[in-house]
Design a protein around this ligand. Structure first.
Ligand code: ADP
Ligand code: MG
Length: 564
């Protein structure tokens, strides 16, 4: 909030001024009754009415100014926190994000952030004003008439107590409903992301039932919280109205005996009403602040999280061993069984490594380690002779680019998706990358500026894969990792792609389920259950590795019968 110190001081001050004006109003009304009406002094009444109008106008101006400052401070503050949160999320490693969960990050970025902004805004507006009006009105009542003001001394604590009781019951329920909202949001998100799968397995009904149940829980919790806070109103009104009856009753006796004027009595009733309105605002403020603090806590746990991966500050290495795994073991969780065990291999600059193995054998994990999405649990990884942990973030991204198993494209155009990795890339450069990735034909048909929907949903799986391959090639990194990224291409397109990739200078790591994709690799690793079951060239493996033989022959037969 520091940069907005000015707004944070001015907003409450203007609100205070507004309150001061409001406290004057009952006094003016009292004098209209006592002086103007009792002596039938019409000009005096007119003057006082003008004064009231003036006060109203001034009050409006002051109030708008206050709202302006508080809204400004709150929205700028929320902008800054959002930016900080975004930066923090970007700096977290894959492992951290796995731990936290995506759904809750989104609720924190949106609903919690709104809650926080409202909290700041309301606090700035009411923190000085509400208590000031309550005590101010009570004090003013005492200056009007000490005896009648005793009724204030009894009814205010009574009101405050009623509000505190109701709040202490409803607050925990509001808190719980925030947690329930989290669950509804995360289910919605999951459902939207997996909508195709759900349809494919006809799971809509069950998901709908589950959603309805959670939504119902949220509804009931919010309802019960609201029911209690709704009760606050009739109860406080009852207390106030009883107090007003008492005021009028004793006031009438005093007016009759001449110790209190009619105007003063009206002023007292006005003050009582002001106190009621303000106490209810105060109660709402406390609820808002509590919810905002709760949200602030949820946001700050993320802000305080230290990224589990920190980059070194070194430049890329220069040895001609491009990738070297030295007895690497990796597990995703502290207690889970290793996804990779004792992996050791090395690859020269410009060579091609093939990785093959069943699902869950650790192929994607191996790729993730090469681009340091995760750090090895034991052992070390060197790129060009230098430990991967010594690379600066930039050096690492210049050295390695990865084509993920699941192609990720962004909303925009084909061009913007390509420029994403290399800003200012010219048409020629982009076209040549598209050509290598065998994407040029379908891109030419649409044009470079054809629209790409979020996540590339308007493209086929194979088109998405080819675009993300082109994107990696455009970067011209020294190492390019393909994680099963041509699985949606037909054999012919894939073999053309392979032939073009072979002409690049880059070191390639190609993961595939198809033995045919790896025939020409300089070295092939066969993974099985996170271990290297065998390694060597295609010919060597055919002789030595039963697993490789099995994979190759089952596919070779299928290929002959099917595609070519
Ligand atoms: P492949 O790519 O060969 O199919 P993966 O490398 O994706 O296999 O997975 C290897 C093992 O690690 C599997 O047992 C899988 O369940 C586990 N695994 C993969 N990703 C994660 C993750 N983010 N968190 C926990 N376990 C994971
Ligand atoms: Mg995989």
């Amino acid at each position: 909030m520091k940069p907005y110190r000015k707004e944070c001081v001015l907003a409450p001050l203007f609100k205070l001024f507004e309150a001061l004006l409001e406290l004057v109003v009952p006094l003016v009304v009292a004098s209209v009754i006592d002086i103007g009406i009792s002596s039938n002094d019409i000009p005096y009444i007119m003057r006082m009415c003008l004064l009231l109008a003036g006060i109203a106008l001034l009050g409006l101006t002051v109030s708008i100014t206050a709202q302006y400052f508080s809204a400004k401070a709150a929205s700028l503050y929320s902008r800054d926190v959002k930016a900080a949160l975004f930066r923090k999320i970007e700096s977290l490693s894959r492992k951290d994000l796995d731990e936290i969960g995506e759904a809750t990050l989104i609720t924190r970025m949106t609903s919690d952030m709104n809650q926080l902004q409202t909290g700041v805004n309301m606090t700035l507006r009411l923190v000085l004003r509400s208590p000031f009006v309550v005590f101010g009105a009570a004090v003013m009542a005492f200056t009007v008439d000490v005896k009648s003001a005793l009724i204030f001394a009894i009814s205010i604590p009574l009101l405050a107590a009623a509000i505190v009781v109701f709040m202490s019951i409803s607050l925990p329920r509001f808190k719980q409903s925030q947690a329930l909202l989290d669950r509804v949001v995360s289910r919605t998100r999951e459902n939207l992301a997996g909508v195709r799968v759900l349809r494919a397995f006809a799971l809509e009904d069950e998901e709908e039932k589950a959603f309805r149940k959670e939504n119902e829980d949220l509804y009931l919790m919010q309802l019960s919280a609201s029911k209690i806070s709704i009760l606050t109103n009739p109860v406080t009104s009852a207390v106030i109205n009883l107090a007003i009856i008492a005021l009028l009753y004793f006031g009438a006796i005093n007016v009759n005996s001449g110790s209190l004027s009619q105007g003063e009595l009206v002023a007292l009733v006005n003050y009582m009403n002001q106190i009621l309105v303000e106490l209810i605002k105060l109660a709402n403020l406390i609820i808002t602040i509590t919810r905002a603090l709760n949200s602030a806590g949820r946001i700050s746990t993320i802000l305080k999280k230290e990224p589990s991966i920190s980059y070194g500050d070194g430049k890329a290495g220069s040895s001609d061993i491009a990738i070297e795994f030295d007895n690497v073991t990796f597990s995703y969780g502290e207690n889970s069984k290793p996804a990779l065990s004792n992996i050791g291999f090395s690859l020269r600059d410009g060579e091609t490594l093939g990785v093959i193995g069943g699902t869950g054998s650790g192929k994607s994990t191996l790729c993730a380690l090469i681009s340091r999405l995760y750090d090895a649990t034991c052992g070390s990884i060197r790129l060009y002779g230098k430990d991967i942990r010594e690379y600066s973030e930039e050096a690492l991204y210049d050295t390695v680019s990865t084509v993920l198993q699941k192609a990720r494209l962004f909303k925009g155009t084909i061009r913007s998706n390509m420029e994403f990795v290399k800003s200012g890339a010219g048409d020629e450069e982009i076209n040549s990358a598209l050509d290598i990735a065998r994407a040029k034909e379908f891109v030419d048909a649409k044009g470079l500026d054809a629209e790409v929907a979020a996540l590339g949903k308007n493209l086929s799986g194979g088109q998405r894969q080819r675009l993300s391959i082109a994107r990696a090639i455009l970067r011209k990194s020294r190492i390019i990792v393909f994680d099963d990224s041509s699985s949606a291409l037909d054999y012919k397109t894939e073999s053309e792609l392979r032939a073009r990739l072979a002409k690049l200078d880059s070191t390639l790591v190609i993961v595939s389920q198809r033995a045919s994709s790896l025939l020409h690799a300089d070295k092939i690793i066969v993974l099985d259950g996170g271990r290297i079951a065998a390694s060597g060239t295609h010919e060597e493996l055919l002789k030595t590795s039963p697993i490789y033989r099995e994979i190759y022959y089952t596919q070779f037969e299928k290929k002959e019968a099917g595609n070519e």
